[in-house]
Design a protein around this ligand. Structure first.
Ligand code: PGA
Length: 237
C-alpha cells in the first residue's frame, strides 16, 4: 500500500487524474473502473481538462462503473449513468458505447448482475479501479455485512448510505433502497486500485479500513490485501 497525504482536495484530484492519465498513455486501450459520489468529481474535471488540451486520448479506453441504483432509468438525474455522462463522458473523447454502468432498469436483476460480471471478464478485467469510501466503510455499494460478496450482486442499501445519499434527492423517501454493485471480488481483481478520501468526517473510517482488522463489517478493509493499492488522501492518518 502506498499512501499519498496531500494538502487539499484539488491536490488529491490532480494526483488521481495524473495517475489515470499515465495509465491511459501507457495503455491507450485501458479498462478503467470508475466511481460516482462527490469524491471523484474534481478528478473527472481535470481529466476533461487534460483531454481538451490534447494531453490524453480516451478513444480506445473502456470504462466500467462500480454500481447503479436499482429502479432508476439512465435518464434519471439521480442515476449514476446520468452522473457519469454529465461529469465525465460528455466532456472527453470517449466512445459512449465503451462506457458501462449496470442497468438499473433491467427486468431481471440477477441476470443483469451476471451479465455485468461477464462483461468485465470479457473486457479482460479492470486495469485501474478508482474508489471512494463510504462513512460505513463501503466500497461501491458493498455494505457492511457478514461476508465479502464475490461478484456483481444486488444489495439492500444500509440506513447510513440512504441518509448520506439523500442529499442529492428531494427527500429521503426518494432514495432507492436497492442497488447493483460490483462485488468485493470483482474490485479486488483490478490490477491497480486508487482509493480517494477527503474530509475529516472520513478520518475514523479510513483509519479502520487501512489499519484495522480485515473484516466484512468494514468492507474497505479488504483493500489491505491488494498488491497494488494507492491511497490519496487529505486526511492525517
Ligand atoms: P462520497 O461517497 O464521495 O460522496 O463521499 C463515497 C462513497 O460512498 O463511496
Amino acid at each position: 500500500m502506498v499512501i499519498h497525504k496531500v494538502k487539499t482536495y484539488r491536490n488529491m484530484s490532480k494526483k488521481a487524474a495524473n495517475i489515470i492519465t499515465a495509465q491511459v498513455i501507457t495503455n491507450p486501450a485501458s479498462v478503467l473502473g470508475l466511481a460516482t459520489g462527490s469524491t471523484p468529481v474534481g478528478t473527472y474535471e481535470l481529466l476533461a481538462e487534460y483531454c481538451e488540451n490534447g494531453d490524453v486520448d480516451f478513444t480506445n479506453v473502456k470504462t466500467v462503473n462500480l454500481d447503479e441504483y436499482y429502479g432508476l432509468d439512465a435518464n434519471d438525474e439521480q442515476s449514476y449513468r446520468y452522473f457519469m455522462n454529465k461529469h465525465l463522458f460528455e466532456k472527453i473523447n470517449i466512445d459512449i458505447r465503451n462506457t458501462h454502468v449496470p442497468n438499473g432498469r433491467a427486468d431481471n436483476i440477477d441476470e443483469e448482475c451476471r451479465r455485468y460480471e461477464q462483461l468485465i471478464s470479457s473486457l479482460g478485467g479492470i486495469d485501474l479501479q478508482l474508489l471512494g469510501i463510504g462513512h460505513n466503510g463501503h466500497i461501491g455499494f458493498n455494505e457492511p455485512g457478514d461476508s465479502f460478496p464475490k461478484e456483481t450482486h444486488c444489495v439492500d442499501l444500509g440506513e447510513s448510505t440512504i441518509k448520506a445519499n439523500s442529499r442529492f434527492f428531494n427527500s429521503i423517501d426518494e432514495v432507492p433502497k436497492k442497488a447493483i454493485t460490483m462485488g468485493i471480488g470483482t474490485i479486488m481483481k483490478a490490477k491497480r486500485i486508487i482509493l480517494l478520501a477527503s474530509g475529516e468526517d472520513k478520518k475514523e473510517i479510513l483509519k479502520k479500513a487501512l489499519f484495522g482488522p480485515i473484516t466484512p463489517s468494514v468492507p474497505a478493509s479488504i483493500l489491505q490485501l491488494h498488491n497494488n493499492l494507492t491511497v490519496i488522501t487529505t486526511i492525517d492518518l
